[in-house]
Ligand binder design. Structure first.
Ligand SMILES: NC(=O)c1ccc[n+]([C@@H]2O[C@H](COP(=O)([O-])OP(=O)(O)OC[C@H]3O[C@@H](n4cnc5c(N)ncnc54)[C@H](OP(=O)(O)O)[C@@H]3O)[C@@H](O)[C@H]2O)c1
Length: 275
């Protein structure tokens, strides 16, 4: 049997690095730091090594399709696929940012929704039977859903929402911001929130598809919130350490073989949350 492998995106720092640290301790197999910048990624591997943890590195910029396909080919050829994939990479503009809202919308949706979707498009076929896929979303995505118009809420919660329809909704949000018409279109004023609403909804769609298309493979795919965590993104006032923020993503990464739940859920503090 080939060596098992876990891959964490955006893991040169913050919650992603803490997820790798925990997987090094708890996952039987190779654990990969991935980062868009090789220097920052290698530095993370070295800092983990100084703590006694053995990790490996592969470059992966989720905004770059070539980088995604190169990494996917590497994991397919070396390991025959992946056992654990954690889509953790994400961005957020600072509240004080003076960038126009439409720019924030385009840039934020590009990484948090569209690039994470590209990762899923190219890596889902590589996920081995019994695999675990974890999308690091946010409770902000759930709060944002509750602030959408009733019509949008109905579609985003619907069991028959398709990936194409969701992509269309996310594109239309970005387009509407360019004309400052997003509020009239039923969206609240938060690019980060909409990107995470989209990521949680996408997770639910892909889990439904797994049940239909690969019913015997026992792959579990969920979205989660790490909590409010002290990182460069969230700042120093947040209550959780990165290691504490890693707890729920790691729990979902290591759901026991044969487990059937949670599947296609939004999970926080190891508990399924309402959507
Ligand atoms: N912190 C919180 O309170 C909180 C709460 C809810 C959800 N989250 C989510 O948790 C995840 C991790 O956040 P964090 O707080 O650890 O933030 P962070 O410290 O800013 O780390 C973000 C990581 O994502 C990487 N990244 C960004 N764009 C990328 C790209 N195109 N390709 C590859 N990697 C990329 C960053 O790489 P660089 O170093 O190269 O920039 C960095 O490694 C995010 O998805 C975030 O939305 C965080």
């Amino acid at each position: 049997m080939s060596t098992r492998v876990a891959v964490v995106t955006g893991s040169n720092k913050g919650i992603g690095l803490a997820i790798v640290r925990a997987l090094c301790q708890q996952f039987q197999g190779d654990v990969y730091v991935t980062a868009r910048d090789s220097g920052r990624g290698q530095a993370a591997v070295e800092s983990l090594a100084s703590e006694g943890h053995k990790s490996m590195f592969h470059q992966l910029d989720i905004d770059d399709l070539d980088s995604i396909t190169t990494a996917a080919t590497y994991f397919r050829d070396k390991y025959g696929g992946v056992d654990v994939l954690v889509n953790n990479a994400g961005i957020a503009f600072k509240e004080a940012s003076t960038d126009p809202f439409d720019v924030q919308a385009e840039v934020t949706l590009k990484t948090n929704f569209f690039a994470t979707r590209d990762m899923l498009t190219h890596f889902m076929p590589l996920v081995k039977p019994g695999g675990r896929v974890v999308n690091v979303s946010s409770f902000v995505g759930s709060r944002t859903l509750n602030k959408c118009s009733p019509a949008l809420q109905e579609r985003l919660r619907s069991e028959d929402l398709t990936e194409d329809e969701l992509v269309g909704l996310m594109q239309s949000f970005v387009q509407l911001t360019k004309k400052a018409e997003h509020k009239a279109g039923g969206w609240p004023e938060t690019a980060y929130g909409v990107s995470k609403t989209g990521l949680t909804a996408l997770s639910m769609i892909l889990a439904r598809r797994l049940s239909k298309e690969r019913p015997g493979d026992q792959i579990l795919l969920n979205a989660c919130c790490p909590g409010w965590v002290r990182t460069d993104m969230a700042g120093s006032k947040a209550p959780k350490s990165p290691d504490e923020g890693a707890v729920t993503p790691v729990y979902l990464s290591l759901l026991a073989p044969g487990a059937t739940q949670p599947q296609g859920k939004f999970v926080s503090d190891k508990e399924v949350q309402p959507w």
